[in-house]
Design a protein around this ligand. Structure first.
Ligand code: DGL
Length: 266
């Protein structure tokens, strides 16, 4: 029959979550690399930042958010938060064996990719810096301790508070200088951004510290596409919007794909 010859068009649904807006740096790459998918982004802004919180708290939130996302019918969930990945991804995978989870981890592989002489520091939240998962990753990829490790106590919170308010940019810049002051004079050439909030202000970090920043977000997006799309699959055309849920204003709303980053964007 004529209809049997019609090709199936696949609509992929991807859930994404973060403690707040940091995961938008991952979503931005996903929209470039895999624009055909429909995205459901959960911002846990009522509970941000996660960095100073306990593993139990972060895991409890990750489970509640994952259930809300699962209810939207995604085939894959991106834990677009280094802190939640470190604290909870193993437990999430064990509890939802039929769901594919992709996490975000500090991109320490950068030491094998940079060809120029480098002095590197990885910037994380307090929680990620203390986590067993991060320590194992660091021992595996950087056993001789080539990369320094520095936890930024306030930066995720600051991005959360200031990012959408252009009137506060000068204040943000002053606070960022203070936050980064301990890293001055160390002659770092590269900073690995181990928190998804940081790529949102990477141009400012690069200017203040006079170095290059490295982010895992494009690799995460590539991995999501590889895991989702089969060879020869016909994909649905891209949507103009994505779904957004903020825990401080519960309920799903739609946001424009071309216009969701704050005024500090590069
Ligand atoms: N954006 C998150 C991360 O990648 C969480 C930051 C925070 O809430 O402290 O670690």
């Amino acid at each position: 029959m004529e209809n049997d010859k019609k090709m199936d068009i696949t609509q992929h649904r991807i859930g994404v979550f973060d403690s707040g807006i940091g995961g938008l740096s991952v979503l931005k790459e996903l929209l470039k690399t895999f624009p055909e998918a429909q995205y459901y982004y959960f911002s846990d802004d009522a509970h941000a930042p996660y960095g100073p919180k306990s593993d139990e708290f972060i895991t409890d939130r990750s489970f509640k958010i994952t259930q809300e996302l699962v209810d939207q019918g995604p085939e894959l969930i991106v834990v677009a938060c280094n802190t939640a990945t470190a604290a909870s991804i193993d437990a999430l995978r064990a509890h939802y064996p039929n769901m594919t989870f992709v996490g975000v981890e500090p991109y320490l592989n950068a030491i094998y990719k940079e060809t120029t002489p480098a002095k590197m520091v990885v910037l994380t939240t307090e929680s990620t810096g203390k986590s067993e998962r991060f320590k194992r990753l660091k021992e595996r990829l950087d056993p001789i301790g080539f990369i320094d490790n520095f936890s930024l106590k306030n930066l995720a919170r600051m991005v959360e508070e200031f990012y959408y308010d252009p009137g506060l940019e000068a204040q943000f810049d002053r606070e960022l200088e203070l936050e980064l002051a301990p890293l001055q004079g160390k002659n770092y050439t590269h900073a690995i951004l181990g928190c998804t909030h940081y790529p949102l202000v990477r141009n400012k970090i690069e200017m203040i510290l006079n170095l290059k920043t490295l982010s895992p977000c494009p690799y995460v997006a590539q991995r999501v596409r590889e895991l989702s799309v089969k060879d020869n699959e016909v994909l649905s055309p891209a949507d103009h919007e994505f779904y957004f849920y903020s825990s401080s204003k519960p309920g799903w709303t739609k946001k424009d794909r071309d216009n969701f980053l704050g005024p500090f964007k590069k």
